[in-house]
Design a protein around this ligand. Structure first.
Ligand code: ADQ
Length: 505
């Protein structure tokens, strides 16, 4: 067992992710700034509120659009600075839509048959990772800590070292990591594994994902030595050592709970319940993505109405989807499939005064989302595979009345974590999901309260703030950049001293 000495960060934390928390979109009169959607942006933006540092990523738009004035403006009401990496249309098509979302996303979600292993995508992935490495090298000093996020940027450690970065570097994978039988299908598996081991710390959402990663190392890179330790492992490859840990991501519990308690949200939630016919309100909220299991969820709901006719007229599903990756063919088909199923179910069961499925295809503002979370009796979160799934945790945080029941997929990171209070289901088993809905709809008030209390304690305890703290605490004192000026054994980070060191990039 290896004892890992951790280090203090003297400088800033530099977050690097494919997207910034804002997105610049073209429109008739020029460009406007919108909030990025999706779990990474939501979590990191909430966790980084009031913390200093720099956030590097693509801001939307193309290199010939002048995004800097908009970024400077957007940085003004934030505690950290935004810095953009400009991407060309070809790079967006082959790196983002191509390699990241037509290869890694489906493969890492155990869906290899959806992959398009186009070698041009790989060329572009390397090129864009080098670009991110170069921009980070222009920003980072050796006192900083560079924290890279997610599957778009798995080659950046190598790119950053080549570009001269001496700061310690960490990487967190927000999505699952597949087992060796799936991972080895990737034509570029060796450079990706080796490049990941260039980071000083690698983090996964669950022990299951971390175990898959180490199984891949054992099979594909047997020269890497895995040293077991607590709480983290270490992997040694040649002269390098990498800490490999599990860091389940969370939400800003206090913020969700406080906002949900506001009288306006309560009134909005009461209005939703009043307008929607039916006694039991079931809620699904997702990016429109095939991993989220939306067609399977709708089929389970249809089975519920067929098997338990007494629930007709009394149970309503509100399915909210935010449009996502619409330029990729798989996603276009999915939208058609979901819309067809919604209309089939409504065609089969609608009665005067009751529509079984309400389908919302747009990004909800925070207040509207909170009102739906509060209004719901059942949160139905059934991805086929998911790194964590923040919707499950947001639902619990917003359930201040402790009335709701959470049904969650056993294949989401949130499933095993929340199993003590939630009903766990296999999303491919429509009969099991239908039965879980039936049971939740009939659950005694006391049991619901008891379960939701338990869930809220877990979600509160595993907050996004704790996720950040525990990741930063795992940086080893031996991390690249040298331990010059660092104090081994201490792990206090991001305190108020750093607020004074804000970058002026
Ligand atoms: P995502 O795949 O984007 O995240 P998830 O964790 O559920 O999935 O986060 C989605 C976020 O988008 C939530 O904050 C939710 O509130 C928001 N959202 C979804 N639909 C919305 C709508 N219609 N309107 C407004 N907001 C909406 C990735 C991984 C996950 C991992 C996160 C964080 O795939 O497994 O949990 O990163 O690590």
């Amino acid at each position: 067992m290896t004892d890992i000495k951790t280090t203090d960060i003297k400088g800033r934390v530099i977050n690097v992710s494919n997207r910034l928390p804002i997105l610049i979109r073209k429109h008739a009169g020029g460009a406007r700034v919108e909030r990025s959607s999706g779990g990474l942006a939501t979590a990191l933006e909430a966790g980084w509120r009031d913390r200093p540092g720099v956030w590097i990523g693509w801001a939307g738009g193309t290199p010939n659009q002048h995004v800097d004035p908009l970024l400077i403006k957007a940085s003004r009401n934030r505690s950290y600075t935004l810095r953009s990496v400009a991407l060309t249309e070809e790079e967006i098509a082959k790196f983002y839509s191509g390699f990241a979302n037509e290869i890694i996303w489906p493969l890492f979600h155990d869906m290899p048959s959806r992959c398009n292993f186009d070698p041009e995508y790989w060329e572009m992935y390397q090129r864009v990772n080098r670009k991110f490495g170069k921009v980070t090298a222009e920003t980072a000093t050796e006192d900083d800590f560079v924290w890279v996020h997610d599957y778009h940027l798995m080659l950046t450690a190598d790119a950053m070292r080549q570009a001269g970065v001496r700061a310690p570097m960490g990487f967190f994978l927000h999505i699952p990591f597949p087992g060796p039988d799936v991972f080895e299908k990737l034509p570029w598996k060796y450079p990706i594994l080796k490049s990941l081991l260039e980071f000083d710390v690698i983090g996964f959402q669950s022990d299951h994902d971390r175990g898959n990663f180490t199984s891949c190392l054992e099979r594909l890179l047997p020269e890497a030595v895995i040293e077991h330790g607590s709480p983290h492992l270490q992997v040694r490859l040649e002269a390098r050592r990498t800490v490999v840990g599990t860091f389940p991501i969370g939400v800003d519990f206090e913020e969700f709970a406080q906002q949900a308690a506001r009288p306006e949200i309560e009134a909005h939630s009461a209005e939703i319940r009043r307008r929607l016919s039916g006694d039991v309100l079931v809620l699904g909220v997702d990016r429109l993505d095939y991993t989220k299991g939306i067609p399977e969820r709708l089929k389970s709901f249809r089975l519920l109405l067929r098997r338990f006719p007494e629930l007709r007229g009394h149970i309503t599903l509100v399915q909210v989807v935010v449009p996502s990756r619409e330029e990729i063919p798989n996603y276009k088909h999915l939208r058609r499939e979901v819309e067809l199923l919604v209309s089939q179910i409504n065609g089969e069961f609608t009665e005067p005064g009751w529509v079984p499925v309400h389908y919302i295809h747009r990004n909800l503002g925070r207040e509207e989302l909170l009102a739906y979370y509060r209004a719901a009796d059942i949160g139905l979160v059934t991805p086929l595979k998911d790194g964590m799934n923040l919707v499950a945790k947001e639902f619990c945080a917003a359930q201040i009345d402790e009335r709701g029941v959470l049904i969650v997929s056993e294949f989401a990171g949130a499933g095993p974590e929340l199993r003590s209070g939630a009903i766990l289901v296999n999303p491919n088993d429509f009969a099991e999901v239908a039965q879980a809905l039936h049971d939740a709809a009939h659950m005694p008030v006391e049991e619901k309260r008891c379960r939701m209390r338990l869930l809220r304690e877990i979600v509160k305890d595993h907050s996004v703030q704790r996720w950040i703290r525990s990741f930063l605490q795992a940086i080893p004192a031996t991390a690249a950049g040298g331990s010059k000026g660092r104090v081994p054994g201490l792990a206090l980070v991001c305190d108020i001293r750093m607020a004074k060191r804000q970058s002026s990039v």
